[in-house]
Structures are given as C-alpha cells and as structure tokens.
Ligand binder design. Structure first.
Ligand code: SAM
Length: 242
C-alpha cells in the first residue's frame, strides 16, 4: 500500500509546515524503502500507512513550527533507529547537517542506503552515544541533538548534552510520564553543563491522545570530561536520581 500523500501534506499544513513536491516525493520513496527492508528483516514495527504518516513523519516534524532549528544547523539524531525523527526533519529541511547515530549496525546500513537513494547528504554513524561523544569530531560540535523513544529523560541528558556546543539544544520527544522524571532530568542537566529550558507541546493533528511533548535543555556550560560515563552506565545508574 502506498503512502497517503494528502494526509501527510494536510497534517504538515495544520502544523504550519509547508512541504514542496520534492519533499513529498522523498517521503513516499522513504516509505517504500522501509517496506522493502521490513520484508527482509525486522527493522521497525510495521504500521499501517496512515499510522506511519502520523506516528513517524508528523511526530518527527514537531520542532519545526517552534523554530528550534536554524538554517544549516548541525543536528545529531541519537538512537535514530530507522531514521526517526532525523529523516523526516532532513527531508523537510535538506539544509540541516544531520548525523544519524545508532548502536545497531543494520539500522545504520539501512539509513546509508536510504540516504543515497533519496539523494540526501548526511552521515550515518554506527556507535554508542557514550563512545561517539568522547571523540573530538563529535563532542561539543552540534547545534541540536534530537532523540525519540531512546531512554528516560535523565539518561538522555547524558547521551545528548556532551554532543552540543554552548547554546545548543537537546530536544527530546517525551510522553505523559515526563513529569515524574523532571527533577532528575534537571539535576542531570546541571551535572552535564546544561539547563532545562522547558517543555513544548508537540501535537500531531488528529492524534491528540498521544500528547507528545518536547523536553528542551540548553547547553549552558561545558560537559565535564568524566561524562558521558562508559557505555551502558548512563542507563544503569541514571544521573540526578536520589
Ligand atoms: N528514535 C527511533 C524512533 O523513535 O523510532 C528509534 C527508537 S528505538 C526504541 C531506540 C533506538 O535507540 C534503537 O535503535 C537503539 O539501537 C538505539 N540506542 C539505544 N541506546 C543507544 C545508545 N546508547 N547509543 C546509540 N544508540 C542507542
């Protein structure tokens, strides 16, 4: 079944995002490549087409109406999986300089193939966030770090803030459970050289029940050299708890 172009176009319009024909074509081609891979391997949960438009494409576009990503911004998608939110953001904003990061190699190989077939320029890096953030090529280099469905908020702070330059933003897609994580998320940000700036609404048109929000943390200082701790530790012993 093909992508419902009208649904995507109308949804984006309701969010205040204009998509040109080239973008819509790329979304369609990306869905087809996802289907092709999903038929061979377990890349991502298979959703029906309308749900995929809403849950993946529209949801991923949430930061754009808020004007959080400047022209030409360097953005890293931490734990991108099959390319969310990074791929919809890049399709809608090909000016972004995007790095897709994931610890699972098959997902990175999929993304490299998809990028070249879509004619998009971006890096797809196979690494754990904890390891990549220690390399000078990546540490302190990004204007924004986006992440969706990767870890609890305090853990995400450690996986994203080290990548940011001062003034850069960590943008995390979160569900309704966020309020319970906020105290720890604020403390973790403080330890990592960041400051929680707030929570923005990220509604997907017609899917009010999902009630996603974006947790916005600004890099206001420098991340101490001891962070991120070695791979696995941020998840096992989240900063800012207790
Ligand atoms: N962000 C995508 C989405 O919203 O559809 C994928 C979400 S999936 C539940 C979580 C992804 O994060 C997986 O692909 C996993 O390999 C990756 N991941 C988890 N921890 C990671 C880490 N420390 N470094 C890099 N990738 C990580």
């Amino acid at each position: 079944m093909g992508m419902n172009r009208e649904r995507l176009k109308n949804g984006l319009e309701k969010m205040g995002i204009a998509a040109d024909a080239a973008a819509l074509e790329r979304f369609e081609a990306f869905h087809a490549i996802l289907d092709e891979y999903n038929a061979r391997m377990d890349l991502t949960a298979v959703l029906d087409e309308d749900e995929r438009v809403d849950r993946h494409d529209l949801d991923s576009a949430a930061p754009l109406p808020h004007g959080l990503l400047a022209a030409g911004a360097r953005v890293i998608d931490v734990g991108t999986g099959a390319g969310f939110p990074g791929m919809p953001l890049l399709i809608l904003r090909p000016d972004l300089r995007m790095t897709f990061l994931d610890a699972l190699k098959k997902r990175i190989l999929f993304l490299q193939d998809a990028l070249s077939r879509l004619g998009l320029q971006a890096e797809a890096l196979h690494a754990r966030a904890e390891d990549a953030a220690r390399l000078p090529l990546y540490r302190g280099q990004y204007d924004a770090a986006v992440s969706r469905a990767v870890a609890a908020a305090p853990v995400l702070q450690e996986l994203t803030l080290p990548f940011l330059r001062q003034g850069g933003l960590s943008i995390a897609w979160k569900g309704p459970g966020l309020s319970e994580e906020m105290t720890a998320a604020r403390r973790a940000a403080f330890l990592l050289g960041g400051t929680v700036r707030g929570i923005l609404d990220a509604p997907v048109p017609g899917r009010e029940e999902w009630a996603h929000v974006l947790l916005i943390t600004e890099k206001t200082g420098k991340t101490p050299d001891i962070y991120p701790r070695r791979a696995g530790t941020p998840g096992k012993k989240p900063l800012g708890r207790g």
